[in-house]
Each structure stands twice: as C-alpha cells, then as structure tokens.
Write a protein of this length. Structure first.
Length: 619
C-alpha cells in the first residue's frame, strides 16, 4: 500500500510545494518517500513496504531501459506467475512493481488485463510522451486527477491535489446533492468541480504536452448475470471453493506480518477458516466490540477464533471513541456519511500494532445477495408478479397516510412495473429530493440530478435480484465500503486485502451463479453458506448479519447531538438550513430514532467543511 502524487506543467511547480503536498499522504506510506523529476514531470511516492523490503524496490521506479517511470499503489497478487511469463526482462528486484513495468513493455496498454490484484498506478512513457493512469477492475484503490490548459496532476487522495496551482476549490453542486442522497459521492465526480475520480476498471491516457481531456478506456466490465444454472449446485460449489481458496492463498503472500479481521459473521469467518488452513502459524485475528450495547457481537468472533486457534484480539470501545471524530473528519477528502468508519479506524489502529497486512470479508453481500434490505425487494417483486395492476394501485392508495418519503417510494415501486423505480430509492438513502430542497441552500441548492446520475451508473440485468446485487457492487461497495476501508486502513498504515473481491470471483458470481443460488427462498447467500458448511462449525448460526455497526442513535442522544448543536449554532458551512437541521435533531430527541442517519450526514458535512476551512487558513 502506498500513496503517490504526480504533476506535469508547462510552468514548473516549485519542489517545496510538491514535497508539501506529497507529505499530506505520508500516512499511506511511512517507510520511504521518493521523488523523481523527468522531462518536466514530477513523480512522488510514499511507500508502505509489503513485498521485497529491499530499498532497491522503492518508488518511483524506472524501467531498465530508461523508457518508463512508474508510481503504484496496491498489490499485484499474481506477480510471481507473471514474472515467469516475462523472463526476457532483466529484473533487478523481487517486487511486484517491476513486474508492472515489464508487463507494459511486453503487452502495451493491455497489460492491465493481465493483473490480478488491487491497484492504482501512473506510468510515464517517454517514447510516447504520455501518462497512463489505471485503476483496478473492482475499484479497491483510489485515483484522482485534475487537468487544464498547461498542466495535469494526479494523486492517491484528493488532499494531494487541493491547493495546487490551477486547481480550484469550487464545490460541485450535483456531487453535494449525491452525498446528501446516498451518503457518499461516486462515479467520476468529487465534491470539487476541478477534480475527477478515475472509475474502477478504467484507463486514462494523457498526451503531452497538449494536456487536453484524457482518453478514457474501460478495460473491464461486470459480466452479464446468469439466467439458468450452467452447472449443478455441487459443481458451482466446488468451483467457488477452488476460486476462494486460491484468492486467499495468493493474498497471503507477504514479507511482513499478516492477520485477519474477524467480525463473527459468515464472510470473515470463512476467510479466517481458509487462511488458518493455509498458514503454518496461528493466524492473528482482530475484532471490535461495543461494550454494553446491542451492536456488540464480539462473542461470535470469539467462538470462531477459539475453533481455529487464532491469536485473537478484541478491542472494546465505548462512546469515548468519538473523541477522535473531528480528527477523522480532517482526514476525509470529501464528506462521507458511513458511521462505521469510526470503529473501522479503531480496529485498523489496533491491528497495526501487531501486523501490517490483514484479510477481510468484504464483498460477499454484494456478490451473493446477503443484505437484509433485499427482503423488501423480494416482497415487492412477489406483489408485481402475483397482483394485478389494479390491486397494486389500491395498495398504493393505502399508503397515502404515510409520511411523504414512504408514500413516494411505495407509489413508485408498486404502481409501476419498473425495477428502476425501486432502484431509485437507493439514491435517497439519506434525504430525498423534497427533503434536500428544504435542507440545502446557497450554491448547492437541491435538484434531481443525483437520482438521474445514480441510475445511469446502474447496469441492467436479467432479474430483480441480479439488478440489486450489481447496483450495490458497482456503486455502494466501490464508493462507500471500499472508500471506508481504504481511508481508515491507510490512515493507520495498514494494508487490507479482500479475497472475496478477487476479479475471478466477481466474474464467477455474476456470470455463472443464478439468483436461485444466491437467495434460495428466504436464505441469503445460499451458495456461500453451503461452502461454509465445509469449513465452519456445524452449529454456527448464519442467520444474523455481523459487521462494524455502531450505536448511532445512542451517540446522538449524547455527545454527537451536542456537537452538532454547537456546530449549527456557531460558524456553520452556510450550505445547511440551520432551522431544518435542528428540527431533525429535536425529532430524534423525541424518540424518532430513524433520523440518526440524517443527523450523521449533516454532522459530517459540517465537520468536513470546518476542517477544510481550517486547512485553507493554514495554507
């Protein structure tokens, strides 16, 4: 894991400015900081050494022939296999970084299709006078860029770019609306108009010295979902077993200590089971617990840890963890309203005391239909299939007394035979368009663009369940789950590897596994649960979903509520209608606990905006 920064401009950038912006991402790679200047291009890299700890593998790295220069963040898990194919290259290191250089020289821009791993990279080709940016197919590692007449800049985090000459700080109104709709900002947009995100599975090529818009190429797409079982259940189960076992095996390649997150749920428990079989030493496992709350599920993790004899650590936290909240907000490049980032930060911090790499169970819910909200969509689908349109209209009329938010969604879902209407509810997990009109003011006044853009990123498929899984995989997982994991792990200089998000498993899940083997009746993640029977205790209960949940409602009854009230009464962002925000807080304190997510989104915005204001003053 690492962080990098690059800048090319017709007007040279002061080295002191470049060094200062690279230092903003020091947490991503505390082991070494390197800078290379070549043909007017400046490349910087902060390294977290995982593979080949020898300093000769530090970056930026130049190819043996001197033609290429590379900065790279991530891990190429199949680098040993690729190295066997690239024997003609005069390798000087044992790193996966040099394998990327050799692969580009051998296969050109198609080299990205040969990489199995998580990565973002920037490769300068002196012969072609071009800069190639690439991001892994799943979107595990971030990459942002900005360009204008006369310069191009790119970085692993937005903070590496903000404040550079030519990069403005104007807010993107559509992105702000998407944040208040979904709790995150996705796709190509960021909160800043001048900065874009390279999307997963894409390559961007800049030709120098023109510095016009990059040529964007999508080299990987999620495959079309299976309609009928191409094989028997047992055959698919065996195939998943082989794929996941190999995905765990290659992710255990490390020259530094390795462990695993263990929430006690199905996915992390299965990863721990497979890793324990592969490792010759007891695996280190890490769990976060919430003492005295319903969110505490550490006992489930203890059972699995005891069964496999892992060296287990439980880190118990309470409301005192909120003392770190302002500091975390200052590390976020843009507002992000997933409250589980707080315990994620603490479990990463605890794990980093003992290991540098951890395995995680991320991806299973999106690939194999594990989320609880799929139950509601299953109910709606049964109604559409079995009830005539007239009956559905009558049911919708019965929903009229409900609050506006629920009434609108019910009408859309039940009157119309359109899965997209149901998907539209995903774009308003926090505030719908009516609520945003009342809440937002100033230059970010609300409109319906977030819903339209959100659905434009949605990949239609063959049935409602595959639609939802694809939607969650390409949007929620990439721009929420993986952002949370990357930012909090990198803040603690910890690398997180996710075997279930192996590209081969994603392709298998959507091209070969039919809906009936993802959700069998009311049984979620059916195929994964069948696989778990081979490795986990027979009496292990899989009915409940486990993860890094937080007692958000309780927190807003105490310190978080007081913090939000202070922010709104002080020098707030000016984008929030204070009276409307305070109304939500009053409703929550009267017992309407469903407002806690909305309050958290408002609090994060105000904290983030305050942090940005302080950073600007410091500069």
């Amino acid at each position: 894991m690492c962080g990098f920064l690059g800048f090319w401009g017709k007007a040279p950038l002061a080295r002191s400015v470049f060094v200062a912006h690279l230092a903003r991402m020091h947490h991503r790679g505390p082991d070494h900081a390197g800078i290379l200047e070549m043909d007017g291009l400046c490349l910087g890299h902060n390294r977290l050494a995982i593979i080949d700890l020898d300093p000769v593998s530090n970056q930026p790295m130049v190819s043996a022939c001197g033609r290429l220069a590379l900065v790279f963040n991530g891990e190429i898990y199949n680098y040993l296999e690729l190295k066997e194919e690239l024997r003609g290259y005069p390798f000087r290191t044992h790193s996966d970084t040099e394998v990327i250089l050799a692969a580009y020289l051998a296969w050109g821009e198609q080299f990205v299709t040969r990489l199995t791993g998580m990565f973002s990279l920037a490769l300068y080709d002196r012969e072609r006078s071009s800069i190639l940016l690439a991001r892994d197919p799943i979107g595990k590692k971030p990459l942002y860029y900005s360009y204008a007449s006369g310069f191009v800049a790119f970085a692993s985090e937005i903070k590496g770019l903000t404040g550079l000459p030519g990069i403005g700080a104007d807010l993107d109104a559509v992105a702000v609306n998407e944040y208040f709709s979904a709790g995150y900002i996705g796709g190509q947009r960021t909160v800043f108009q001048a900065i874009s995100q390279l999307q997963a599975g894409h390559v961007a090529t800049f030709s120098l010295p023109v510095c016009t818009a990059p040529i964007l190429t999508r080299y990987w797409r999620l495959p079309v979902a299976a309609v009928t079982p191409p094989a028997s259940e047992n055959e698919l189960l065996d195939e998943l077993d082989v794929l996941l076992t190999d995905a765990v095996r290659i992710r255990m390649r490390s020259d530094v200590p390795l462990g695993a997150f263990l929430s006690g749920g199905l996915d992390s428990s299965l990863i721990v089971a497979l890793a324990s079989r592969i490792s010759s030493d007891p695996l280190r496992t890490f769990t976060i617990g919430f003492s005295g709350t319903s969110s505490d599920e550490s006992n489930h993790a203890l059972r699995i840890a005891a069964h496999f004899g892992t060296r287990h650590t439980v880190y118990e936290v309470g409301e005192d963890m909120l003392s770190c909240f302002p500091a975390l907000m200052s590390q976020l490049d843009q507002p992000f309203a997933d409250s589980s980032l707080i315990p994620m930060h603490f479990v990463c911090r605890e794990a980093r005391r003992d290991v540098t790499v951890v395995l995680s169970g991320d991806g299973g819910d999106e690939l194999f239909a594990g989320y609880g909200h799929y139950d509601a969509f299953a109910w709606e689908n049964r109604i559409r299939q079995n009830w005539p349109r007239s009956m559905r209209k009558l049911l919708a009329l019965c929903a009229l007394p409900l609050p506006e938010r629920h009434r609108t969604r019910t009408l859309k879902r039940l009157i119309f035979d359109d899965t997209y209407a149901s998907m539209g509810a995903y774009a308003s997990r926090f505030f719908n368009s009516i609520e945003r009109v009342k809440l937002l003011c100033g230059p970010v006044g609300a409109d319906l663009a977030p819903e339209r853009e959100f659905l434009s990123r949605f990949l239609p498929s063959v049935d409602w369940l595959q639609n939802i899984c694809q939607n969650d995989f390409q949007n929620y997982m990439v721009d929420d789950i993986l952002v949370k994991v990357d930012r909090m792990s990198m803040l603690n200089s910890l690398e997180v590897r996710s075997p279930l998000l192996d590209q081969r498993i994603a392709e298998f899940a959507f091209s070969r596994v039919p809906s009936c083997l993802k959700r069998n009746g009311v049984v979620k993640k059916y195929l994964v649960k069948q696989l778990a029977r081979r490795y986990l205790p027979a009496d292990f209960a899989f009915e409940r979903k486990h993860g890094f949940g937080v007692p958000l409602g309780q927190w807003f009854e105490g310190s978080l509520g007081n913090r939000l009230e202070d922010l709104l009464s002080g020098s707030s962002s000016g984008c929030i209608d204070r009276s409307e925000a305070l109304r939500y807080l009053k409703l929550h304190r009267r017992g309407f606990s469903n407002y806690s997510k909305k309050l958290f989104a408002i609090l994060v915005w105000e904290e983030w905006f305050a942090a940005q204001r302080e950073a600007t003053r410091a500069v």
